[in-house]
Design a protein around this ligand. Structure first.
Ligand code: FAD
Length: 483
């Protein structure tokens, strides 16, 4: 009995590790894409548009990854990515291609700030700081832009200042660069939200890479200027619709084996062989796949060192957008948390008022350890510090802890601690045999944003298309395989 049970366990382990290798014969395609987030879908669509046969293997039963919209009691709730900048051409073009429109983020009235325990009103151009704080903030922004200007967004590890910047966390840099506690507090409130991590967890080189990839601090400040009417998930859903049955949900890739000019991906249900693969999942997750032969040491060591950050997004519905009547835009920023950023997510013409509130990094991790009711109480109290007691009376509260999602396990994207990018950075983008890498972490424009995810997919598709072209026998042309 004991040995029989042991045998079952061993067989199960083998099956789980090798995935569909034991249950199905591999089907053929030209390119295998792993992950149907925006990066994977963008890579697949770019190849499909060129007439190259492609399949997309997705672990979950839905597409979109960190993009997830659900209609809850008649309200569209965006649990994940929601906002875009007018300076994001790929998002704009793709939305237009699929007939989707954006709504400007409500910005009439003041933003609210809770800095060092005090509630203040202000806005992006008029931060609520005394004149020393304002002067200091101006200096900090100038320094950030100047430093970001020294970084090559295509290969930040090559920049002359990379070793020095990669030896610092943003916290140590800020402590040295700023002289006013008010300006430091303001910077912490804004930066921790974007990083989904404490400033003491993230390398300054990683932070500057974000800034330069977005086109500088001013452009980065426009990241939340618009949002997608009717829910962001319409975008990945339309992309997947275009790809048809090439998108294969409920197919977590467990093993990738390559050699002899081909690559095979095994899931628990299917196996696919192609000439190239694009792995479009966060680098941390790329290390949860078994590779045969194994990945080079530098690639594996890189992935061992990336933390995914943490975020819980709360969507709060009120009987009216009451903050607007009080002359507040609904935007709010705080250092002390647990809520650090709030934005108005009320659809135009909607009677109800909707606020989207984010707890990030250490705040998200602490809230995640509480029970649901305790967490809700803390979140409402935190919101009340921004918009007053009325915040305590929502009609509904929705939440998603993305660290608890087994296929996301973190925040907006992977973050690099000091020393990682300068030592292992090149392995982030370098293909391994026929395996190419995509995902918002590998973007060189708008890293960790939806725009970056799209660009990373396009870049990987371009690499693959070039490689296939180079390998094609003279006179041959691309042909879609009939399955
Ligand atoms: C709460 C939240 C709010 C955000 N807000 C914004 C915003 O307002 N604006 C913005 O631009 N960005 C925002 N972001 C960031 C944005 O969502 C991401 O940058 C982007 O969606 C990442 O896309 P991706 O395809 O690189 O990765 P992902 O979205 O993580 O997609 C990866 C996919 O791969 C799948 N997968 C993982 N492992 C496997 C495997 N072994 N086999 C098969 N499939 C696998 C996963 O299930 C997932 O579907 C937000 C993110 C979060 C979490």
């Amino acid at each position: 009995m004991f040995f029989c049970a042991l045998g079952k366990i061993c067989n199960y382990e083998t099956d789980r590790h090798r995935g569909g290798e034991n249950v199905r014969e591999a089907r053929r395609t030209e390119v295998i894409v792993v992950g149907a987030g925006l990066a994977g879908l963008s890579a697949a669509l770019a190849l499909y548009d060129r007439g190259i046969d492609v399949i997309v293997l997705e672990a979950q039963s839905r597409v979109g990854g960190k993009v997830l919209s659900v209609v809850e009691d008649g309200v569209t709730v965006d649990y994940g990515a929601q906002w875009i900048s007018p300076h994001q051409p790929r998002m704009k073009a793709l939305l237009a291609r699929f007939g989707l429109t954006t709504v400007p983020t409500f910005a009439k009235g003041d933003a609210l700030y809770v800095l060092r325990g005090d509630r203040m009103r202000g806005n992006g151009d008029r931060p609520p700081l005394g004149w020393t704080g304002k002067l200091d903030l101006f200096r900090i922004r100038r320094k950030l832009d100047k430093l970001a200007g020294t970084i090559d967004p295509g290969a930040p590890w090559k920049s002359a200042a990379a070793p020095e910047l990669d030896a610092l966390t943003m916290e140590t840099w800020l402590e040295k660069a700023a002289f006013s506690t008010a300006a430091k507090s303001f910077c912490r409130a804004v930066a921790e939200e974007g990083l989904c991590a404490r400033l003491s967890e993230v390398s300054m080189l990683d932070v500057l890479w974000d800034y330069v990839s977005a086109g500088g601090v001013d452009k980065l400040m426009t990241a939340e200027d618009e949002w997608i009417a009717g829910g962001t998930q319409q975008l990945p859903a339309k992309m997947a619709e275009r790809l048809g049955d090439a998108v294969r949900p409920d197919n977590a890739v467990r093993t990738i084996r390559w050699g002899g000019g081909q690559v095979t991906a095994y899931t628990d249900r299917e196996a696919w062989t192609g000439r190239r693969a694009i792995v479009a999942i966060p680098p941390t997750f790329t290390n949860r796949i078994a590779y045969e032969p194994p990945l080079p040491p530098d690639r594996d060591q890189l992935c061992q060192r990336i933390g995914q950050g943490a975020v819980i997004k709360f969507v709060l519905v009120y009987d009216t957008p009451f903050w607007r009547e009080r002359g507040w835009s609904g935007s709010a920023y705080g250092e002390t948390g647990p809520i650090q950023t709030v934005l108005d997510g009320t659809e135009p013409g909607q009677r109800l008022g909707v606020l989207a509130a984010m707890a990030n990094g250490g705040h998200a991790r602490r809230l995640g350890r509480l029970g649901k009711e305790e967490r809700k109480t803390e979140v409402l109290r935190s919101l009340a510090r921004f918009v007053g007691e009325k915040a305590l009376e929502p009609v509904a509260v929705y939440e998603k802890d993305w660290s608890a999602d087994p296929w996301i396990r973190g925040g907006y994207g992977g973050r690099f601690a000091p020393g990682v990018l300068s030592e292992f950075g090149p392995s982030l983008l370098e293909p391994v045999g026929p395996i190419h890498w995509a995902g918002a972490e590998t973007a060189t424009v708008w890293r960790m944003y939806m725009e970056g995810a799209l660009q990373s997919g396009e870049r990987a598709a371009e690499e693959v298309a070039r490689a296939l072209e180079a390998e094609r026998p003279a006179g041959g042309s691309a042909a879609r395989i009939t399955r």
